[in-house]
Design a protein around this ligand. Structure first.
Ligand code: NDP
Length: 311
């Protein structure tokens, strides 16, 4: 029984560096990088960022796909992944803090009129306008899981009025927690900023379409650090271009990398970052080794996802 690592993202992490980390934790276990060659039938666990076409189909004894991150939506929906293959994710602290920082940074950019002041500095213009008050500003956080709850708490700690939304009921100090789909339009209608850290599931794909976006304040800013397929892109552009929405800050997209000629790149009311809001997985990689050991002992896995829910 052995393990295959297939990352294909050398800027983030190489297969070899992960193997070097895991091998001392799994002495005697054969770990293959990129391709198991003639040992495909030995592979029980596949470690990926994305599940590439054709890979799982060649592994007849695959039992577990271990995602090196949080979002498992496309893996869970992959029609070629055998139904009995389990999926686990990582839950590192670093990206929860990083995504909270990302959302806070872009909200504070607006609250403190930073772009306005940078523009006037370039013209040596002493131009005073008041910053916006946090206690009277409402921030909505969609998704109150590992990352979203951290983000909601970060806004609450800064004194914002925070509304959160999840599938099941939650109780987070300083956050007005709402749940179920009926609560979403009301949340959207109240908030000055809405930050989404939702996973991609059958229920969240295209959730923010023209009808749902129409609930938002015309001045509101939408921040998306979850998954790009949450938003119907044409509907977002239409809402912003027709002054029904103030703007958007987008880290994730339906197609990544974003095409060179995509209208988001040059839109004056849209800020683009290339899927960097959460990055590091420090401290969580040993869970990959732990899950291999647990899989072999037929014990419960760390951070196993529910394939039917898609997260
Ligand atoms: P979790 O699984 O811990 O949390 C997901 C949250 O979304 C939960 O609160 C869940 O509700 C809620 N949710 C799921 N479906 C629905 C729904 N239909 N309606 C309302 N709420 C729903 O995941 P994480 O917080 O760890 O990560 C969230 C997502 O962030 C990942 O799936 C990934 O796509 C994205 N991500 C992006 C990164 C980036 O760099 N941009 C980096 C890391 C993650 P409940 O609590 O009731 O189950």
């Amino acid at each position: 029984m052995s393990l295959l690592i297939d990352i294909r993202d050398p800027i983030w992490m190489t297969e070899e560096s992960l193997k070097d980390y895991l091998q001392p934790l799994l002495p005697g276990v054969a770990i293959y990088c990129c391709d198991a060659g003639e040992h495909k039938a030995d592979i029980t666990m596949l470690v990926v960022v994305s599940l590439y076409p054709g890979v799982s189909e060649e592994l007849p004894n695959l039992k577990l796909v271990q995602k090196l991150g949080a979002g498992v939506g496309t893996i869970a929906r992959d029609p070629n992944l055998a139904k009995d293959v389990r999926i686990a994710r990582l839950k590192p602290q670093a990206p929860a803090q990083e995504i909270a920082e990302y959302c806070v940074a872009y909200v504070l950019r607006e609250q403190r009129n930073m772009q306005f002041h940078e523009h006037h500095q370039s013209n040596a213009n002493w131009m005073q306008i008041p910053p916006k008050k946090s206690p009277t500003t409402k921030v909505g956080v969609l998704g109150l899981g590992h990352i979203g709850s951290y983000t909601a708490r970060a806004f609450a700690a800064l004194g914002f009025e925070v509304l959160g939304w999840s599938r099941s009921p939650k109780n987070i100090e300083g956050v007005c927690c709402l749940h179920d789909e009926n609560a979403l339009p009301d949340l959207l209608s109240q908030c000055d900023y809405v930050a989404s850290i939702l996973p991609s599931t059958n229920e969240t794909v295209d959730l923010l379409d023209a009808k749902m976006l129409a609930n938002m304040k015309p001045s509101a800013i939408l921040i998306n650090a979850g998954r790009g397929d949450l938003i119907v892109e044409e509907d977002l552009l239409d809402a912003i271009n027709n002054d029904r929405l103030g703007g958007a800050v987008l880290d994730v997209f339906r197609e990544e990398p974003l095409a060179d000629d995509h209208p988001f790149w040059t839109h004056p009311k849209i800020t683009i970052t290339p899927h960097v809001s959460g990055w590091h997985v420090d401290g969580a990689l040993e869970d990959v080794a732990e899950n291999y050991i647990r899989l072999m002992k037929d014990e419960s896995l760390l951070h196993e996802t529910d394939r039917s829910l898609g997260y």
